[in-house]
Write a protein that binds this ligand. Structure first.
Ligand SMILES: Nc1ncnc2c1ncn2[C@@H]1O[C@H](COP(=O)(O)OP(=O)(O)OP(=O)(O)O)[C@@H](O)[C@H]1O
Ligand SMILES: [Mg+2]
Length: 644
């Protein structure tokens, strides 16, 4: 029955990219007028699934049935490439292409009728006017304006050429056009990435009454909660349906996860016990066949995975190579204005070593502008200097576009952090949830969130000790936000971050900056403390004193000299590395043994969350050991070469 009334039905589909399975035997029936939130971690295949529905990709197995004559609409990043000289209103209005055609025809006919008002012409005219009305021709202009203005354009802007607007604003026009085309199934891939809060709220309201089915991909749970009544989750090659909004999904998911966690722990115990038996009896001739059959059984066993939330932990310490002095950066008498709009007026501030600053505040006050000024990529009046031995690194949305599409992930990081070993790089990639062969994926094929993660890993890794981050949690799923939070907590350097994500700020900042009366203000504490302080301040209605301090004269950054290399030096060095590597291999072997023993302890088996963490640590040590052994062999070969 469900099958019959579905507008689109995916039946047992399997889809893969060059051997990597994204969906296996997955099914999903999409019904009329559903409001669906499509969710899942970065890279699980949400955008891909929408393309599968569009028919852009061929599935390996299963079938897809679409209702006859169904009209599909798909809002995605590709639309960024659209260009035209036409006004934004006309671009959006082109959604009514048929009505526009009738409008032209009617005008022509009206001219003819002025002189030739034959019955035939009058009849034709009235038919066309009827068609025009049916197609919504009389409301199209009004609807278009309403939509564009709802999405943040002023009336005066509607006649300006499309190509005068920035990428984010053009995307809003494309979104308006798509909605006006009124597809039966409207699919929106992360529409809120291009919108600010008032537009997001407006869009929610607008879409609530949309006559048709909506599927929206979003990592913004508040947006989802208000708009959708069904959550479809993509995870572990499957599509799972939850009949409620995001809050419902979270509750339901918690219960399902607990069951899965129990199954996982039980199975892991079983696996290890079997493995021990195999190891013990493999060498004994009389028992070898028993061991073999057990081995086969293990191979065939359908493995339960640990629930993903429990699996996200960062074990990497983000050490910094060069230690900076006390002063990281000083801002003296900084002023900035755009035309009449003043952002800062003679403002002072200092960033000190160890500062983890969140620059917060409402949209439009100029937070990103200030960050860009501090990063020296935006003109200003006054003086901004950086301190001795400070190596800065800047992260913003456009970093995603500056990734080299032909590089693999490893190559991209190696290129930007040449001093790091492949091991270190893979370990950082692991922290950012890229493991196994995945690290050899080309940047070109990465999903939005995956690209953001690589760009962030690059920023953190690239031998810096001072980060400037603009909205780093955009594109990221909750798990990656978690990871970034932990990475920043472990980071030994200093940073300043602009973000709207309150939970993220709460967990990553030890100082709060905000803009008030064109001055940068500072509170030396966490977000929660700042909030309390602000509340008190408001109650007392006391003005805040300026807390800017004069800055000491910064010293110059001194470039380090590289020692010269020759064969003998390299040989000596390689031998040292070899010895060190040998010790590390021994250490890792020991660590692996210790880890195995820990996993066998009863108390650890009982504490399920700990058990998952231990299992992960164990897998990590195993991977590290394998990598170290490879490095060991490489160094050995190099010594042979150098000695020959
Ligand atoms: N043309 C391609 N060739 C090979 N792999 C691809 C290709 N396109 C995408 N992938 C991979 O398929 C996976 C799913 O990508 P997709 O863009 O669908 O993810 P997503 O769920 O939309 O993620 P995000 O939340 O980050 O947007 C990713 O790991 C991506 O690297
Ligand atoms: Mg995507």
């Amino acid at each position: 029955m469900a099958y019959l009334c579905a507008v689109i039905a995916l039946n047992n589909i399997t889809f893969e990219f060059g051997g990597r399975v994204l969906y296996k035997n997955a099914s999903w029936h999409i019904h009329p007028n559903e409001r669906i939130g499509l969710i899942g971690l970065n890279g699980t295949g949400k955008s891909t699934l929408l393309r599968v529905i569009m028919g852009e990709y061929t599935i390996a197995e299963g079938n897809i049935s679409r209702q006859n004559g169904i009209k599909l609409g798909f809002f995605n990043q590709d639309l960024l490439s659209f260009e035209t000289e036409d006004s934004i209103k006309n671009v959006a209005l082109s959604a009514f292409d048929k009505a526009l055609h009738y409008r032209d025809e009617i005008e022509k006919l009206l001219k003819i009728v002025e002189t030739d008002y034959s019955d035939e012409n009058l009849h034709k005219l009235s038919e066309m006017q009827h068609e025009f009305e049916v197609l919504g021709g009389y409301e199209m202009e009004h609807k278009t304006e309403e939509l564009l203005e709802g999405l943040g354009f002023s009336t005066a802007e509607l006649d300006k050429p499309f190509k005068q607007f920035s990428g984010g604003w053009r995307m809003r026009v494309m979104l308006a056009k798509l909605i006006l085309q009124h597809p039966d199934l409207l699919m929106l891939d992360e529409p809120t990435n291009h919108l600010d809060l008032p537009s997001i709220i407006w869009l929610e309201e607008y879409l609530k009454t949309y006559d048709g089915t909506i599927i929206v991909v979003s990592h913004d749970r508040y947006f989802l909660d208000r708009l959708v009544n069904k959550i479809v989750e993509v995870a572990s090659e499957k599509i799972t349906i939850y009949s409620g909004n995001y809050t419902f999904y979270m509750e339901e998911k918690e219960q399902r996860d607990e069951i899965q966690l129990n199954q996982f722990v039980n199975q892991q115990q079983q696996i290890r016990q079997t493995q021990r038996t195999i190891d013990r009896f493999k060498a004994k001739a009389s028992k070898a066949s028993m061991a073999k059959s057990k081995e086969k059984m293990l191979e065939k066993m359908e493995k339960v995975e640990a629930p993903t939330a429990a699996a996200a932990m960062v074990n990497f310490e983000f050490r910094i190579g060069t230690k900076p002095g006390r002063l990281i950066s000083s801002l003296e008498n900084i002023s900035k204005r755009y035309g009449d709009k003043v952002i800062l007026e003679n403002s002072n501030a200092e960033i000190l070593n160890g500062d983890k600053i969140a620059l917060i505040g409402a949209n439009g006050l100029g937070k990103s502008t200030v960050l860009r000024m501090i990063a020296n990529s935006e003109p200003y009046e006054g003086k901004i200097q950086i301190g001795y031995n400070v190596i800065p690194s800047f992260y913003a949305q456009h970093q995603l576009e500056s990734l080299n599409l032909t590089h693999t992930m490893v190559e991209e990081l190696q290129y930007h952090a040449p001093k790091r070993t492949e091991n270190e790089i893979r370990s950082v990639l692991g922290c950012f949830l890229f493991t196994g062969d995945e690290v050899f994926k080309k940047i070109r094929v990465l999903s939005g969130g995956e690209k953001a993660r690589i760009a962030l890993a690059k920023t953190i890794l690239s031998d810096t000790n001072y980060l400037m981050l603009d909205e780093p949690t955009n594109h990221l799923d909750y798990q990656s936000v978690n990871i970034l939070t932990q990475a920043l907590q472990n980071y030994e350097g200093s940073y300043i971050v602009v973000s709207h994500d309150r939970q993220f700020i709460r967990e990553t900042a030890n100082k709060i900056w905000w803009i008030e009366e064109h001055q940068l203000k500072e509170y030396p504490g966490t977000y929660d403390e700042w909030q309390e302080w602000m509340t008190n301040r408001r109650i007392k209605e006391k003005a805040l004193e300026k807390d800017a301090k004069p800055s000491p004269t910064p010293e110059k950054v001194v470039a380090k000299e590289q020692p010269k290399n020759d064969n003998a030096i390299e040989l000596r060095k390689t031998k040292q590395q070899f010895e060190q590597c040998e010790q590390e291999v021994a250490k890792l072997e020991q660590a692996k043994n210790d880890q195995e023993n820990l996993l066998a302890l009863e108390e650890n088996i009982k504490d399920k969350v700990k058990f998952v963490k231990l299992t992960q640590d164990y897998e990590k040590v195993k991977e590290q050991l394998a990598n170290k052994q490879k490095e060991y062999e490489k160094l050995f070969e190099r010594i042979m070469e150098l000695e020959s």
